[in-house]
Ligand binder design. Structure first.
Ligand code: PFF
Length: 455
């Protein structure tokens, strides 16, 4: 279990790239825009920003401190900080959640590869009506072999990178992909905002209509903040466990949260101006980037290029996130079961592919998984509710309680300051992690249990 054999980020920058890569994903570029579009635009964005500050950043720092202090996977970390207690089960739940999220996230990530392929082969260059676009989407997602093959391809890409290790695999890859992602984002956002009528989309995103704020909007904003920052399942514990002792951890964590948020907003600046410029409503739901966007590429100048760049962006963002999901599970098996990294990556990645098959068949590929057990809900959405909503919320609440009360905020602060640099704002952080995080997420959890709604 010697830390030397586990590997480490080469420095702050390597960590920031990798952790931003984890945070920035489908959650930012696919989920954030459609969630904002369904929840009234600016009002949602404002709440989201508030919750990133009040809940997201405190939890990022809490997870990172646990990881760096112990240099262990989530289960091992809780065992080390609270020997003989039940807390390691929270870590095991996190590892399981990472595995389960990867098993449906990779399916949607597979769609992005397919769309990238379609864009490259010019499928979006002619005029595409909404009906044709919806049909294209259904044809792809309901084709069992295609859906499974693209899921497999995505998991394979993930394994190939993770098996190479922290600095040679993850850090090296994210140091190339994240700057590339940023360039594509900025170019597309500038293109989109300067379209005729594009400013209406910008206004939609930044002008809060307070009458739109109700509890479901608040809940969606909190849920989005958790998911987007990869919180509640130990991803940040895991990435924090490879953080060098002599570097400034709070600063790095805050930078990651800032990047994640900025990129979600930038994704909004690509999508809404483009929609508004051709007069399409922003509340298209989960199909927004897969069904609605293809109908407008043709009317945008250089739309073919726009399409290629956009789906490349989506695939890159998804890949740096699936890497972190698999890494949580792989780190656990390296630390706790002494598996070599290569074995852990291939075996667990392979297993995850098998578990992903029902989700890959849940968008029409199999009637059984599309209308799972006759409940009128598909298997993939069910996985998202179970793991992406319940498990992440429970994980985040318990983590806040552990760090705030059980291990204790003063010890966590000591760990956050172990590089010798003072953590400004530690008093405020203590209040947020002890009271605001557990109470706010607790209310959301009760609400989703009682109403059956989800974020
Ligand atoms: N943060 C990722 C996104 O926004 O797409 C999703 C995610 C990745 C959640 C890794 C949890 C995680 F551990």
């Amino acid at each position: 279990m010697a830390s030397a054999s586990r590997g480490q980020w080469s420095g702050k920058l390597g960590f920031i790239m990798a952790a931003s890569g984890s945070a920035i994903g489908l959650g930012n570029i696919w989920r954030f825009p459609y969630t904002a579009g369904e929840n009234g635009g600016g009002a949602f964005v404002l709440l989201y920003l508030i919750f990133v500050a009040l809940i997201g950043i405190p939890l990022v720092l809490a997870e990172l401190s646990v990881g760096r202090e112990t240099e262990l996977n989530p289960a091992g970390a809780f065992e080390k900080l609270s020997p003989g207690s039940k807390w390691p089960w929270l870590g095991r739940l996190g590892v399981l959640t990472g595995f389960a999220i990867l098993a449906f996230y990779a399916v949607i990530a597979g769609w992005t590869l397919w769309y990238l392929w379609e864009a490259l082969t010019g499928a979006f260059s002619g005029e595409i009506t909404p009906e044709v676009s919806a049909q294209m989407f259904t044809d792809m997602t309901s084709n069992p072999l295609l859906a499974i093959a693209f899921t497999a391809a995505f998991i394979l890409l993930t394994i190939v990178i993770v098996q190479r290790g922290i600095s040679a695999g993850i850090e090296r890859t994210t140091k190339i992909l994240m700057p590339l992602l940023l360039v594509i984002l900025v170019v597309l956002a500038v293109r989109s905002v300067t379209l005729p009528g594009g400013m209406d989309g910008v206004k939609y995103l930044f002008t809060p209509d307070f009458s739109k704020i109700d509890f479901p909007v608040v809940m969606s904003a909190i849920g989005q903040a958790l998911f987007s920052l990869s919180l509640g399942m130990g991803a940040m514990i895991t990435y924090g466990s490879y953080f060098p002792k002599n570097e400034n951890l709070p600063q790095s964590g805050i930078i990651v949260a800032f990047f994640d948020t900025a990129i979600a907003v930038l994704a909004g600046l690509i999508i809404f101006p483009a929609l508004f410029s051709v007069g399409i409503a922003p509340d298209g739901g989960p199909g927004l980037v897969f069904i609605v966007l293809p109908t407008i590429f043709n009317s945008l100048p250089a739309g073919g290029l726009f399409a290629v760049a956009f789906y490349a962006l989506l695939a890159i963002a998804a890949l740096t996130s699936t890497i972190s999901l698999l890494e949580v599970v792989v780190t656990y098996f390296i630390d706790e079961k002494q598996w070599p990294r290569k074995k852990a990556s291939w075996v667990l990645g392979g297993l995850c592919f098998v578990v992903a098959i029902p989700s890959a068949l849940a968008a029409g590929g199999s009637q059984f998984f599309t209308n799972f057990l006759g409940f009128g809900i598909d298997f993939l959405s069910l996985q998202n509710i179970f793991w992406g909503n319940y498990s992440l919320s429970i994980g985040a609440i318990l983590l806040a309680v552990f760090v705030g009360w059980s291990w204790g905020a003063p010890k966590a602060i000591e760990s956050l300051e172990s590089s010798g640099i003072k953590f400004q704002g530690s008093g405020l952080w203590t209040v947020l992690i002890r009271y605001v995080c557990p109470v706010a997420i607790g209310i959301v959890l009760i609400y989703i249990i009682v109403t059956g709604q989800y974020f």
